[in-house]
Design a protein around this ligand. Structure first.
Ligand code: SAH
Length: 440
């Protein structure tokens, strides 16, 4: 057992503290800058004792914080979390462009709890309690039951409990991955905080759900807020939660949310931002920076269900919206229709293929808004932006690490004008970041 004592003076990119011992570097979870710690470095996971506590340390308001792994920063005061995220982005932009000073303080939430509009809970069998529901312990398939999750919507967690209760009464078992027996794998609840519409998705291992109409009757009787119930069938043994086959058991099979005054359809599978409060902050901040005019033609790349482009549509002449997922593009077109928006064209394509063609055709673009997945964009996309040369590029990223790499080429012809981190996922290690660039 080797014990190492030292002070935490920096964080890694996941906000673990870094402890140095000669040439060795240890990434220590759940510690805070300036704390003196003793770490048993042979233990797996590392065993940590705090010798000198930071005044930024708080008792995490969650019973399973140290087992779950969903949140990483619940032991730190919220304002300090925002400072850490700001500093992380500042360091990235200082190292790459010397533009650290441009980074604004990360915009946080006034009430950073119960913000998730979606929960996802795994079900398992238990000898005494019959069924348990919870989260997988980080990097394992062990189910950690929970009664209340600090970041999830309270009613959604309550609905999961009611579902469990009904399933126990109906003698329905959870799916056992090893024995490949049983029925219920996961339950997911998606809600709109604005319209209050609520969808329950019950993921089963086979399509045969005995007593499903009784289940629907019992659930809707006990929870009046539920507007739709979907059965999703996932018979595969992959880590993906949802399968391809689906049955609408109750209601219309999707819910409608509202963001920035526009309506959006949320279905079981569509990508949709999980923190609606901060999504409005994110979109509004990005669109104000874009400074759009009613003569502008803009591109919304990596558009998901069309949110940003549809919200921007009333400020501009025309929007092109490109997204690779077929179902998301279909949802985006549906969203245009329900909002009576006619100046957005939707393309179901790889964003790079699409923009290469735009550049070859020498189309005129006034602004490009891009919001790629964590892996970032690619060289073909960026090279085409440099050919199209729109006045402004707004790059929204859920992973500033790949964002700074993508920006490298753009800064040949663009100047970084504005950098704004937004806390979309309080208490987790994720940071969202908006960068606004203008043609030099
Ligand atoms: N702008 C949207 C979605 C952002 S998430 C919003 O704010 O809700 C990123 C989106 O990029 C996802 O919908 C994903 O399906 C899509 N995507 C991933 N790779 C892509 C590619 N190569 N071309 C186009 N879209 C892609």
């Amino acid at each position: 057992m080797r014990k190492i004592t030292g002070k935490i003076l920096t964080y890694d990119t996941e906000f673990n503290g870094i402890l140095k011992d000669g040439k060795n570097i240890y990434n220590v979870p759940n510690v805070i800058y300036n704390e003196t710690v003793e770490v048993d470095v042979d233990a797996k996971p590392l065993r940590v004792k705090i010798l000198e506590k930071s005044d930024k340390r708080v008792t995490p308001p969650c019973d399973i914080y140290y087992q779950c792994g969903g949140c990483k920063l619940l032991h730190i005061k919220y304002d300090e979390q925002l400072n850490m995220k700001t500093e992380y982005v500042r360091r990235l932009f200082s190292d790459h462009y010397g533009k650290g000073d441009l980074v604004n303080k990360c915009i946080g939430m006034s009430k950073p709890c119960s913000y998730r509009n979606k929960n996802q809970v795994v079900f398992g069998n238990h000898p005494k309690e019959k069924l348990i529901s919870g989260f997988y312990q980080e990097n394992t398939h062990k189910i950690i039951p929970f009664t209340k999750c600090y970041v999830q919507d309270e009613l959604s967690d309550e609905i999961v409990k009611i579902v469990k209760d009904i399933l126990i009464k109906m003698h329905i078992s959870a799916y056992d991955e090893d024995k490949k027996r049983g029925l219920v794998r996961h339950v997911m609840v998606k809600r709109s905080f604005k319209t209050k519409e609520t969808m329950v998705i019950i993921v089963t291992a086979s399509d045969n759900f005995p007593g499903r109409s009784n289940f629907v009757k019992a659930l809707t009787a006990r929870c009046k807020n539920i507007t739709t119930i979907v059965q999703n069938v996932n018979s595969r043994s992959t880590s993906a939660v949802l399968g391809n086959q689906e049955f609408v058991l109750y209601g219309k099979g999707y819910i409608i949310d509202e963001l920035c005054g526009k309506k959006f359809k949320i279905s079981s599978k569509s990508f949709y931002q999980i923190n609606p409060y901060q999504t409005e902050v994110l979109y509004n901040t990005a669109l104000v920076q874009a400074g759009l005019k009613n003569t502008d033609v803009i591109l919304d790349a990596y558009s998901g269900v069309g949110t940003i482009g549809l919200i921007a549509s009333s400020m501009v002449k025309k929007v092109l919206s490109v997204e690779i997922e077929k179902s998301a593009t279909a949802d985006a077109m549906f969203n245009a229709k329900i909002n009576n928006i006619k100046n957005v064209s939707f393309f179901n394509d790889d964003a790079s293929n699409f923009i290469v063609n735009l550049a070859n055709r020498k189309e005129h673009m006034d602004a490009i808004i891009m919001d790629p997945p964590r892996s970032g964009s690619d060289e073909r996309f960026i090279k085409s932006v440099l050919k199209l040369l729109p006045q402004k590029v707004i790059y929204i990223s859920c992973n500033p690490k790949t964002q700074v790499i993508d920006l490298k080429m753009l800064t040949e012809k663009y100047e970084i004008k504005f950098i704004q981190p937004v806390d979309m996922f309080p208490h987790t290690a994720h940071v969202e970041n908006i960068v606004c660039l203008e043609r030099k």
